[in-house]
Each structure stands twice: as C-alpha cells, then as structure tokens.
Design a protein around this ligand. Structure first.
Ligand code: XLS
Ligand code: NI
Ligand code: NI
Length: 441
C-alpha cells in the first residue's frame, strides 16, 4: 500500500520538554483528566475538506499545496487515493473521527444519478477503512454552496428546482452519514442569506429553510438516524447576511419552527468572532439554552474580517472553550472538528501534520487548564458570591416569581433609600487568577 504522508511518522506523546516537532507535547490520549481520558473528552475530528481537498487557493491565487496524492487527478482515482491518505493521516495523528461533505468524498457525475453512484462506491471504500481502523464519523453534511446552481441559496433559493435538488443532495448525505454510523448531521447555510433585500422575500425563504429541515428530520428519523442535527451559525461570507447569524438567531429560528427538539448548534470559533462575539459567548449561550452540540475548532485573525479558518493555537481561548464544554457536561454526540487549514505558505503535506499537532496540543492544554480553573474554584466562587443577593430576602422574592412591580416599588421606597450595596466586579483580579492557574500547570 503506498504511503502518502511519507515525511510524517506516527505521532506520539513525548511530553512538554520534547523538541521533536513530530510529537505531542501536551496531548496524551490515555491521560486521565477529570475522571476520563483526554481522548474521550476531546473527541478530535479531521475535516475531510481542508485536509484532503483544499490546496490553498485564495481570491488572488491558485493553490500552493499538491493534494493529487500521486494520481493524475482522474476524479474517482483521486477520491480513492484521498480515502487512503486520509485514514493514513488519522492513524498517524491518532485522530479518531472525521467530518465530511458529500462533495469531499466523491466527485459529481454528469447526472445526479451518477453522483449518487459515485457516493455509493466511495462510501463503501470509506466504510472498509473505518472498520479496519476503528475510526468513526463525527458528522456529515451536504455541500450546498459550491456549485453555480446554488448562486441564490439552496433551501432559500427563489427557484423551487434548486430547493428540490438540495433536498436530493441532503437525502443522500444523510443516507451516507447513517451508513457511517455518524451521530451528527450539519446544516451550514453558506448561501442561505441574501445580498440585498430589494430582491428578497425573507419570510418565504425562512419558511422554506424550515421546511427543508423538517423534511430532513423526518427522513433521518425514519431511516434510523438517532444523532443530532446541527445548525452551524455564521453571520456572513459568502453572503452579505446569513440567516443563521449567531447562536441566538439560530435558536430563535429553531424555536419558531419547532425544530429545537432535534437540532443543536455546531459552534465555530471563527464564526463567533465574525459575529462580534467571543467563542466563549457563543458556547455559553448555546449551553444555557440546551442546544450546545458540537464544535468547529479553529481561530480567526483579529485583523482580518473573514473566516481565515486557522488552526487553533490560542491557549487562552481553548481553555475558556473547554471550561464551557465541561460545564455543559462534555460532548455527547459532538466533538472537536478541526475546520481549519494551514496557511497558504505552509504548503507541504507535513505542514498538515504540524497544524494538527498544534491544534491538538492547544486543546489538550485548554482541557487541563479548564479543569484546574474548576478545581481551584476561585472563579466559580466569585461568581456565586456575586449573585448572593438573590439567595434570600428581596432577591429570593424576585427569583421565586413572588415579587411584583408593586411589591418592589414598595421595597425600594421604604427599605432601600439609596443603593449602597454594590460590590466590585474585580475583573482584573479574576484575569490574574486565570493567568496564575494557566501558568502554574
Ligand atoms: C464554512 C463552514 C463549513 C462548515 C461545513 O465557513 O465552517 O466549513 O463547517 O459546511
Ligand atoms: Ni465550520
Ligand atoms: Ni467556517
């Protein structure tokens, strides 16, 4: 069997003092943190598209990385080589899950029927590799944004034929996800939005999007899909305005259309920052509303206003992310999918390995720090104390629902006079506590 990532050896944990670039410094799959192994807690997934398909093209230039994997790019031959390369990579990097779009795993045929056939052939081959290695599918999705037919959207297209075509693609992508035993199915609506309201019937587009999701749920449940459906919020790009702007907008949509029983959210770090939120904000908002599902782990660039999909190396953000994940009870059907690509200048195949090592080590650190923060308890205690006024007296009246406008007005008139009980928010102290815990690992 040919070896595709020839320069990449099997990556092992060597600890923080190792200078071997092909080693994990912090990710030690079997290490127990908080009662479970790191591997169980982090559930890393390889993104099929960035890792095996994307060649580094940008708006101003063609690709720089060669992802032909030794083939002359004949589509089916290439697709087969990608499977072998992908599983070799996951085995070498100790990645136990992958995520895919229909279009990543099989080339489009001349007709939809031919595309279906290609997907069947390729999914059989992938399934064989899954059985050989024990690697699992985290989630699947359909690419409803690349082809010109989706120029005006898929589920929100003004053209009913496009809606039907999108449904046909989703149906097959759900079939394939179920075939792989995947526990998630993602809707990322890259073109489900608009460029101008002058040509847009927003109400119909949103109703139609919900119709498509209802059909997907009905079909998925019928064929035995028992995992989660996810909306992956993103505010813009490629459209000027995407309907699933952020977790709050996605949640309002899900509740309005009665989809919140079957759907959760897949939070992507770079999408959060594009929406003007921190990653942690989006995770917290999802978690307190019961829709936290899965994560696309990456990071943006503070100075660039688009989805740069960089590999996550910011330990602080990873720590805050894992803090939220632990508080949410950990991953159930979800995991950490590296929806991330190496920079265009890092064009060698071994750069893909360095990128994943960097990302996995960052989240291993994040996990350890998050547990330390929780065990240390200073932050949680501060927050609990900060709201202590709601535990008794007038606060307890408010929280229990017994207080009314009249009772509060009477209390304010007779008991308060002027409020003299505010206490400091201590932000700087708390930030220094986080640093203290982070750097005394
Ligand atoms: C693009 C999205 C995409 C989804 C899957 O910005 O992140 O990669 O995760 O379609
Ligand atoms: Ni994503
Ligand atoms: Ni993205």
């Amino acid at each position: 069997m040919p070896e595709y990532f020839k320069d990449v050896p099997k990556i092992k944990y060597e600890g923080k003092y190792s200078t071997n670039p092909f080693s994990f410094k912090y990710y030690n799959p079997d290490e127990i943190i908080g009662g479970k192994t790191m591997e169980e807690q982090l559930k890393f997934a390889m993104s099929y598209w960035h890792t095996l398909c994307a060649e580094g093209a940008d708006m101003f230039g063609v690709g720089t990385a060669d992802k032909s994997f030794g083939t002359d790019r004949e589509p089916m031959e290439l697709a087969k080589a990608k499977v072998k390369a992908g599983f070799e990579f996951m085995e070498k990097l100790h990645i136990r899950y992958f995520c895919f779009h229909d279009a990543d795993i099989a080339p489009a045929g001349e007709t939809l029927a031919e595309t279906y056939k290609n997907i069947d052939i390729m999914s059989d081959i992938i399934l064989t590799e899954m059985k050989r290695t024990g690697i699992k599918c985290l989630w699947g999705t359909a690419n409803l944004f690349n082809h010109p037919r989706y120029m005006h959207g898929a589920g929100t297209s003004p053209n009913a034929d496009v809606f039907a075509y999108a449904a046909a693609q989703i149906k097959k992508a759900i079939d394939t996800t179920v075939k792989f035993g995947g526990k998630g199915y993602v809707f990322w609506g890259g073109r489900e939005g608009y460029e101008t309201l002058l040509n847009t019937n927003m109400a119909l587009e949103l109703d139609n999007m919900a119709r498509l999701m209802h059909m997907a749920v009905e079909y998925g449940r019928k064929i035995g899909f028992n995992g989660d459906f996810y909306i992956e919020p993103k505010p813009k790009e490629p459209t000027k305005h995407q309907y699933d702007f952020d977790v709050a907008a996605a949640l309002a949509f899900l509740r309005k259309y009665g989809l919140d029983k079957d759907f959760k959210v897949n939070v992507e770090a770079n999408h959060a920052t594009l929406a003007g939120h921190t990653f942690q904000h989006e995770l917290r908002y999802a978690s307190i509303n019961g829709v936290f599902g899965s994560i696309d782990a990456n990071q943006g660039d503070m100075l660039l206003g688009w989805d740069t999909d960089q590999f996550p190396t910011n330990v602080y953000d990873a720590a805050m992310c894992m803090y939220e994940v632990i508080k949410a009870g950990g991953f159930k059907n979800g995991g950490l999918n590296f929806d991330a690509k190496q920079r265009r200048g890092s064009f060698e195949l071994k750069d893909t390995a360095f990128s994943y090592i960097a990302g996995m080590d960052t989240f291993a650190l994040g996990l350890k720090i998050a547990y330390k923060l929780i065990e240390d308890g200073r932050i949680d205690k501060f927050v609990a104390d900060r709201y202590a006024s709601y535990n008794s007296g007038i606060g307890a009246e408010i929280v229990s629902g017994r207080a009314t406008m009249e009772s509060l007005a009477e209390y304010a008139l007779n008991k308060i006079g002027e409020v003299k009980t505010n206490t400091s928010g201590r932000q700087e102290l708390l930030e220094s506590i986080v640093n203290n815990i982070m750097f005394s690992l």
